[in-house]
Design a protein around this ligand. Structure first.
Ligand code: GLN
Length: 384
C-alpha cells in the first residue's frame, strides 16, 4: 500500500459512525450530543440565513465574532485578549490544521500526548514534521514531566496539549499543567492547547486554560469550538486564540484551507457566546447523563475509569471480565449487540493498552436506555 494512505487512515469516528448506520446500532461512538441545543441560537442562525449575508466573510473571521470570542474568554477565564488574538476557523480541527501548517516545517518535531485526538499526528506529518508520542498510562493517565522532557530534542517546536482530554476524560490538574509549562519554558516550545472541551465539564469541576499559567500566554495557541459549547457539532465553527503575530501566521494557512467560515453561523455564534446563562444548563444535562450512564454500566458489571471532563466515559474491558481487545469488542458491539463505541488503541501510534473503549454519554434518556441494553448484550456475547 502507498505509505501515504497508511499515514492518513480513515478516522475511527467516521468508521464507527458508518458501522452504526450500516448495522442500525445505537451510536455512542463519535462524540456528538443528541439532546438538542439552545433554540434561540438556531432561530438566530435561521434569521441570519434569510436576512444576513451569504457571501464570503473576511477570511480571518467576522469582526463581531472575533470580539465576542475575546470577550467570552475574558469573562470566563480571565484571559487578556482582543479581536487581534482571534482567528475563526471551520471547526476546531481546522484551527489545529492551520496552526500546524503555519508553524511546522520540514524536519521540525512536535510532541503529542497520547492517547491523542486522531487529527494531530497525520497533520504534523503532512506538514513535514515528525511526531514524538508521549504515552499516558491508564488508569490515572497522569502527565509525567520527566517523560515529557525526555521527548524534547533540538528540533522540537510544538507541544500539543488537549485538556480536558479526549478520549480519556481526564482534566489535568495544577501540578501537571505546571509541569507542561516548565518543559515549554525550558525548551522554548509553542503549545497548541486544544481546549475544545473547556465548557463540557461536570458541575463539580472547574477549568484552567493553559494560557493563564505564568508566562504561557505568549507561547500558547488555544483552540475552541462552538460545536462543543452549544451542542452544534455540525456547524463546524471554531477558533484559534494566540498572540497576534502567531494568529496572523495561522490566518495565512487558513486562507488556503477553507478561506472562510459560513457568515450566518459566525454571526449566530457571536450572539450565542454572549448568553452565559446557557452554559450551566448544558453542564447540568451532561452531568446527569454521565451519572445515568455510569451508574447503570457499573451495575451491569462494567469497570469504569473516572470521567472528569468531556462527554466521554471510558470502560476497562479487562477489569470488566472481558478478554477481547478494544477493537474486537467494538466490532462485536456494533455488529452483533447494536451499539457503537470507540476503541482507544487508534489514538496511539504505539498503544501500551488495548483494553479500553470510550462511550459518549451526551445523549437523551431513550438513547442511553437503548445503548445500555445493547451494552448488556455485548457483555454477554463477549463473555460467552
Ligand atoms: N471530537 C469528536 C470525538 O472525539 C469527533 C470529531 C470528528 O469526528 N472529527 O468523538
Amino acid at each position: 500500500m502507498n505509505p501515504l494512505y497508511a499515514a492518513m487512515p480513515v478516522s475511527i469516528f467516521e468508521r464507527m459512525s458508518l458501522a452504526a448506520a450500516a448495522h442500525g446500532a445505537v451510536n455512542l461512538g463519535q462524540g456528538f450530543p443528541d439532546f438538542g441545543w439552545p433554540e434561540p441560537l438556531v432561530e438566530e442562525a435561521a434569521r441570519l440565513l434569510t436576512h444576513g449575508s451569504n457571501q464570503y466573510p473576511p477570511s480571518r473571521g467576522l469582526p463581531a465574532l472575533r470580539q465576542s470570542v475575546a470577550d467570552h474568554y475574558r469573562r470566563h477565564q480571565n484571559l487578556d485578549l482582543n479581536a487581534d488574538n482571534v482567528l475563526i476557523t471551520s471547526g476546531a480541527t481546522e484551527a489545529i490544521a492551520a496552526a500546524i501548517f503555519a508553524l511546522i516545517e520540514a524536519g521540525d518535531e512536535a510532541i503529542v500526548i497520547a492517547p491523542a485526538y486522531d487529527a494531530y499526528a497525520p497533520l504534523i506529518r503532512r506538514a513535514g514534521g515528525m511526531v514524538r508520542e508521549v504515552a499516558l498510562r491508564p488508569p490515572h493517565w497522569r502527565i509525567n514531566e520527566a517523560a515529557l522532557a525526555a521527548a524534547v530534542t533540538s528540533r522540537t517546536r510544538l507541544l500539543v496539549l488537549n485538556n480536558p482530554h479526549n478520549p480519556t476524560g481526564r482534566l489535568f490538574d495544577a501540578a501537571e499543567l505546571a509541569a507542561v509549562a516548565r518543559v515549554a519554558e525550558a525548551h522554548d516550545l509553542l503549545v497548541l492547547a486544544d481546549e475544545v472541551w473547556e465548557h463540557v465539564l461536570p458541575e463539580e469541576r472547574s477549568f484552567t486554560p493553559f494560557a493563564a499559567l505564568p508566562g504561557m500566554a505568549v507561547r500558547t495557541l488555544k483552540c475552541g469550538s462552538a460545536g462543543k459549547i452549544f451542542s452544534l457539532t455540525g456547524w463546524k465553527v471554531g477558533w484559534l486564540v494566540a498572540p497576534p503575530e502567531i494568529a496572523t501566521l495561522a490566518a495565512k494557512a487558513h486562507q488556503f484551507l477553507t478561506f472562510a467560515t459560513a457568515p450566518n453561523l459566525q454571526a449566530a455564534v457571536a450572539f450565542g457566546l454572549g448568553q452565559d446563562e446557557w452554559l450551566p444548563i448544558m453542564r447540568r444535562a451532561f452531568t446527569r447523563a454521565r451519572d445515568r450512564l455510569a451508574d447503570a454500566l457499573s451495575k451491569a458489571g462494567y469497570a469504569l475509569l473516572p470521567s472528569e471532563g468531556t462527554y466521554f466515559q471510558c470502560v476497562d474491558l479487562t477489569a470488566s471480565g472481558i478478554s477481547l481487545d478494544d477493537q474486537a469488542f467494538a466490532t462485536l458491539a456494533v455488529e452483533q449487540a447494536g451499539v457503537a463505541v470507540i476503541p482507544l488503541s487508534p489514538f496511539y501510534e504505539d498503544a501500551p493498552a488495548a483494553n479500553l473503549v470510550r462511550l459518549c454519554f451526551a445523549k437523551k434518556e431513550e438513547t442511553i436506555v437503548a445503548g445500555l441494553a445493547a451494552m448488556l448484550r455485548a457483555r454477554e456475547l463477549a463473555s460467552g
